[in-house]
Design a protein around this ligand. Structure first.
Ligand code: 48F
Length: 265
């Protein structure tokens, strides 16, 4: 794009822009209220799972409490902008078109911001609907104890004093819910608080054991509720893995495969 022959911007008044913003958002949000799959958390596992589902025609809404997506995937660890991925996780980097280099046998390094932005773009391009600045506050439960949705509120609400922000949340319904909130396992914790699940938390670091186990244990932990990524480690008391991301990708992919079966797709 060049500005050599720059002409004025097209006409639009302030009120027109406000109206368009409201109507565009309202129409879009209406379509988020009932979905096939609701994913809590937009880190690497949540994003890849959402992308895999959406590209197969599943309607997916991803709820992320921060303004930005990507979770812990922007930096590889210790504020260093390189991400390490052990094989076979590098297959996902290759598929996303992220440049990487082999730095040890079966171990690759990529640029964090480049890898993370590619992953976010891939999820958007696949059709994932993203609600950022939105926090999961609770779950929706049905008589058969199935998790049938998520209770959400705007994240800024939680920063306000209680006497100022007595603001009720709203709920979204889905055929399946995924906890991809990382170490917090925030969705499963809502069940654990009612004695319906437990979250022992991660055990000390042991990358070689943890990555394999996280992928193996990815799956449903309660009717209607699946865990992927580091939530798996938190729920099963697995060792933490530190700054190695292959298991986050493959857990997300595995979760998507299981969800496709569950949804009969
Ligand atoms: O923590 P996060 O990146 O989880 P992940 O996908 O990947 C873990 C790795 O980044 C790394 C690791 C292994 O390599 O140990 O930590 O399992 O992303 C979790 C996302 O969930 C959001 C949070 O802001 C982050 O972007 N999140 C957490 N709690 C909530 C939430 C909540 N209550 N509501 C909405 N989003």
């Amino acid at each position: 794009m060049s500005t050599h022959e720059f002409q004025s911007f097209s006409h639009a008044t302030e009120s027109q822009i406000t109206r368009l913003l409201v109507s565009e958002f309202a129409d879009w949000f209406q379509d988020c209220i009932e979905t096939d799959v609701l994913i809590a958390g937009g880190g690497p596992s949540g994003l890849i799972c959402a992308r895999e589902l959406a590209r197969k025609g599943v309607k997916v809404v991803l709820v992320e409490r921060n303004n930005y997506l990507g979770g812990g995937f922007w930096t590889g660890g210790f504020l260093m902008n390189k991400v390490i991925v052990r094989s076979p996780g590098d297959g996902v980097l290759a598929e996303l078109g992220v440049p990487f280099k082999e730095v040890a046998p079966g171990v690759v390094a990529a640029d964090g911001p480049h890898a993370c932005s590619r992953l976010i773009a891939a999820a958007c391009e696949a059709g994932v609907r993203i609600l950022n600045m939105t926090s999961v506050e609770d779950v929706v439960i049905r008589e058969d104890s199935r998790v049938a949705g998520l209770v959400i509120n705007w994240t800024p609400v939680y920063s306000l004093p209680r006497e100022v922000a007595c603001i009720d949340p709203v709920a979204l319904e889905a055929r399946a819910v995924v906890d991809a909130t990382g170490h917090d396992a925030a969705v499963v914790r809502h069940l654990a608080n009612r004695g319906l699940a437990s979250v022992p938390g991660c055990h000390p670091m042991w990358v070689e054991k943890s990555e394999d186990e996280v992928v193996r244990r990815t799956g449903f932990v309660h009717p209607g509720l699946m865990v992927i990524g580091m939530s798996v480690a938190a729920v099963y008391g697995l060792p933490r893995m530190g700054p190695s991301f292959g298991a986050m990708f493959l857990s997300g992919v595995r979760g998507a495969e299981l969800l496709l079966q569950y949804l009969g797709k």
